[in-house]
Design a protein around this ligand. Structure first.
Ligand SMILES: C[S@@+](CC[C@H](N)C(=O)[O-])C[C@H]1O[C@@H](n2cnc3c(N)ncnc32)[C@H](O)[C@@H]1O
Length: 308
């Protein structure tokens, strides 16, 4: 009984948020404007209609998608995020958004996390900004909108479970169901990018923040699982060059730290990344002895639309 009441509340909250922000949505079928109809579905004038899940998200995919990442990977990733593995990254991202915000004097901001996975990053940024009374106080935060999209329903399900004040959509970042110029910030963390779509949905003054792994990212896992094979070394040069080609780079930051791994977190740490896919996991004791710290080495790229 209590579970179904909770579900109704989640769906109602999602409906309320989407209704308030209906102007940002674009019909994924015919590109026209959308609204919430009498039965609580997001719909357009041509009657392309998308139901809200009782779990508090909306599925705006127009074709079927075969999942690449498993539900288990997202659950493990969620536990690792909850343990603070990415906290220094979150601090840095919140600082960049905050700096951008102060320079722009916006009333509120629309922030999209494209390829948000299980949603921990946008959720942590939401909480950080909500708690930062110096900058996002009062109506500025109230009038900000946070949206997480991912192509995996399993991942969005976890996001919706954890924060009903974020709009969660199952959607393809290569075909974003949003109107032109709807977002001030597009986040793209350790996920594929589509810069023509990011540019399209970005406000003319907006910023794209992309996070890419550096050569030492999770190096302990690479060394353990690859040892000289392809995959033991990684360079992000091609990804950074492509970003520079598509956007005007405003800033590049690097973060590199070592995270002390708790033994209990080790199974989830090993399962949270596709790096270990296809590798024989022959008992966790091996990892307990072999990995006690994990390196987080990331590059943060901040860009704006190219000025013609
Ligand atoms: C390595 S995970 C990173 C997830 C999250 N940003 C994080 O850092 O935990 C890559 C994510 O990109 C998502 N993804 C891949 N292709 C996508 C697409 N075309 N549209 C939306 N999401 C996509 C995957 O489902 C997955 O959640």
């Amino acid at each position: 009984m209590s579970i179904s009441i909770k579900s109704i509340k989640k769906k109602d909250r999602a409906c309320e948020l989407i209704q308030k922000n209906k102007m940002i949505f674009k019909c994924p079928v015919c590109s026209s404007i959308m609204f919430i109809n009498h039965s609580g579905s997001l719909t357009c004038n041509s009657n392309h209609s998308f139901d809200l899940s009782r779990k508090g998200y909306i599925n705006l995919l127009t074709s079927s998608y075969t999942p690449v990442y498993t539900k288990e990977l997202f659950e493990s990733r969620h536990k690792v995020c909850e343990a603070g593995f990415y906290d220094p990254l979150i601090d840095k991202l919140a600082e960049i958004i905050d700096g951008y915000k102060q320079s722009k004097e916006h009333k509120g901001m629309n922030i999209l996390d494209a390829g948000c996975g299980e949603g921990s990053h946008i959720n942590s940024i939401f909480n950080k900004i909500a708690n930062n009374s110096n900058t996002f106080k009062g109506s500025k935060f109230e009038s900000s909108t946070f949206v997480g999209i991912d192509i995996s329903k399993d991942s969005i399900n976890i996001g919706a479970r954890n924060n009903a004040d974020i709009i969660w959509c199952v959607a393809d970042l290569a075909k974003l169901p949003f109107q032109n110029g709807s977002f001030d910030v597009v986040l793209n963390i350790l996920s594929p990018a589509n810069y023509s779509e990011f540019n399209r949905v970005l406000d003319d003054e907006g910023i794209v923040i992309k996070v890419v792994p550096g050569s030492e990212y999770l190096i302990e896992l690479r060394e353990l699982f690859y040892k000289g094979e392809d995959g033991s070394e990684y360079s992000n040069n091609i990804v950074i060059d492509y970003f520079k080609e598509k956007l005007d780079v405003k800033d590049i930051k690097h973060i590199n730290y070592k995270y002390e791994l708790d033994r209990q977190l080790l199974p989830d740490f090993v399962k949270m990344t596709p790096l270990t896919w296809g590798k024989v996991i022959d008992g966790l004791n091996k990892y307990e002895t072999d990995i006690s710290t994990a390196t987080v080495d990331l590059t943060i790229l901040v860009g704006t639309k190219k000025k013609l």
